[in-house]
Write a protein that binds this ligand. Sequence first.
Ligand SMILES: NC(=O)c1ccc[n+]([C@@H]2O[C@H](COP(=O)([O-])OP(=O)(O)OC[C@H]3O[C@@H](n4cnc5c(N)ncnc54)[C@H](OP(=O)(O)O)[C@@H]3O)[C@@H](O)[C@H]2O)c1
Length: 292
Amino acid sequence: MLNGPWDNKEVKILVTGASGTLGSALCEILKEKYQVLPLKRADLELSRSAEIIPVVTSLKPEIIIHTAAITDVDSCEENPGEAYTVNWLATMFLSRAAAELDATLLYISTDYVFDGERGNYMEHDPVNPIQVYGKSKLYGEIAVKENAEKHYIIRTSWVYGPGGRNFLSRLPGFPAGSELKVVADQTNKPTYSLDLAAMISRFIDLNPPWGIYHVTGSGETTPYGFASLVNELFGKEFELRPVSRKEFKRPARRPVNTTLSNFALERGLGLKMPDWQDGLRRFAEWWKKSEK
Ligand SMILES: NC(=O)c1ccc[n+]([C@@H]2O[C@H](COP(=O)([O-])OP(=O)(O)OC[C@H]3O[C@@H](n4cnc5c(N)ncnc54)[C@H](OP(=O)(O)O)[C@@H]3O)[C@@H](O)[C@H]2O)c1
């Protein structure tokens, strides 16, 4: 079995995007075992590239987990300059900082590097992003590979959880009985932020070979399927109307099926992510507790 070289409490882990859905979950989980340096926008504005290397190298982390990104796919399409600056260029400078520190870099990437024409993508299947967001994240992957020798690229999909801002995370907060049009012809694997954070923590402990790993919730569904289970688990009584992607006019194209196969994680490391329904059940439990 693989084992990390870490004497945990001595290890400093810097987490970018510490206020985000995944970043906040990571800080929560990792602080049990490591010294966590949560980096928020107020600490480092990633569009100011020149500040990245001096700020990050001054903090001297052994591990950097780069979760920060512009994740609003439509906003990326409408403001490509901003998307490429934050998702690509900032990653390039951060990768150089990691190399200068001889630190390990974990870059969180996305299923949207694929075009979604077939689904069940393996780690080294050919990429072909169809919108600015996917391209900007792919350029980030390339920058990581070019600059930071000690790197992991972790691709995930449909991340939701406490404090999340996307549709899946906010859905339980919509008023009970709302009438909602929900896309029923896009398939993916929802990933509970705390499950992903726990897997990343496990991953760091194991110190596996450098490379690309797909890490998503197990099983797949559509936004309609996800909303139907939210209805059941959160007792929302939404009136759900299934619609097609074409009926939903949005600036950025959405891929039909970008499900990822967690091949390297499962076959290489013998690890398995929980089912997406199980993650959603635990999100519902967290939600009910936080309402009290
Ligand atoms: N959400 C998904 O469905 C999904 C799917 C696949 C992959 N991913 C990837 O997973 C990672 C984490 O996603 P998430 O869902 O946790 O994202 P999120 O909730 O939208 O959080 C993004 C984080 O990035 C920070 N950020 C954005 N622009 C910044 C800037 N210019 N300077 C500094 N910080 C900036 C945000 O700070 P503020 O709080 O100040 O805005 C926030 O902390 C991302 O790299 C994303 O590409 C996400």
